[in-house]
Design a protein around this ligand. Sequence first.
Ligand code: F6P
Length: 362
Amino acid sequence: MTAKRIGIMTTGGDCSGLNTVIQRIMDGCVMRKWHLIGIKDGTDGLYASPAQTIDMNHEAFQFANSHLAGSILSNGHAHTTNFVSAAQKGKLSQFNNKLKKSLQDLNLDALVLVGGNGSLSLAHTYREIYSNLSLICIPKTIDMDIPKTDKTIGFDTAVQQLVSYCDQLLLTARSHHRWFVVQTMGRDCGQLALHAGVAVAADAILIPEVKFDVDNLVKHIKSSKRDYGIILVSEGISLRGHSGKPADMIARKLTIADISNRTAFPEHIQRAGDTLASDRILAAGFANCALHAIENNETYVMTTFENGEYKTISLDDFFTTGKPQRDPNIPGMMTSNAYVEPDNILLQIATDMGIYIGEKKK
Ligand code: F6P
């Protein structure tokens, strides 16, 4: 078999576990005597002339650093030409053509794209960019909102980051007899808040998928056997007639009800933290699956972990099972999201354990 040239890039928001997956792909390439080229800064690196790349070898990337959060390849700048800004200027096809040309110039046999649901949706919509190579996507996100996979790289570590954060807050909460309203990330998916909330035994977990009633939340907190604790609020929730940050909205209501409280915003700490073993195992499983997919000449596929099995599925499947919706930023583009479903076992466990999770499922 002739030596292959493989590209790898990380796109979208970062999360812990990206370096592990890059390192595992690198090891697999070295074993196969394939050449691995790291594309810097996601699509920024491909849009640059010439494309910005790093030759991935054991000198370039220290194995001992592969558990660190962030991405050695970086994920891109904030104010550069990207799919959204190109679409806004009516220059999307030029942008796409440039990415395609860069990939051709790099002479790649395959590209491993490590991305979230935005990146995977873009890859599906603008598949023409990748028509000259094998495109293998690996799902990563702290939001866990990607359809057709039971796990995404970075999620478990993000949950642990939140748990550690809440554990610390609880100590000061107890000293001051007060409640902390902690706002989690997750966009419009409640998985992160739900998992962290069950793990820390929060007193309440508010997520976008489940309607809640503030009066009942207040009653619940007032009837607690403690006068301190944690209320986890997912960033995607809304409260009719209120604006501002969700944690602030809830905190105001608690204050009116005479419940002493403070808000806390762990923000990007959720995307940090040394990669947990479970995320490293997932990264190894996905990397292995991606390398086999390249050997089998698969393309337009995504690695998944479903019912204990690692496999690839077509990117089309990503759209047949998720909840497809129009992307507000790019005309004609569809994205596909997964959410906390009404039968999610954690909703039942939380309820059974006396955690307030809302009223009825939307
Ligand atoms: O999608 C990952 C995520 O961390 C979301 O949970 C969050 O809403 C968003 O990215 C934050 O993005 P930024 O770093 O651009 O503020």
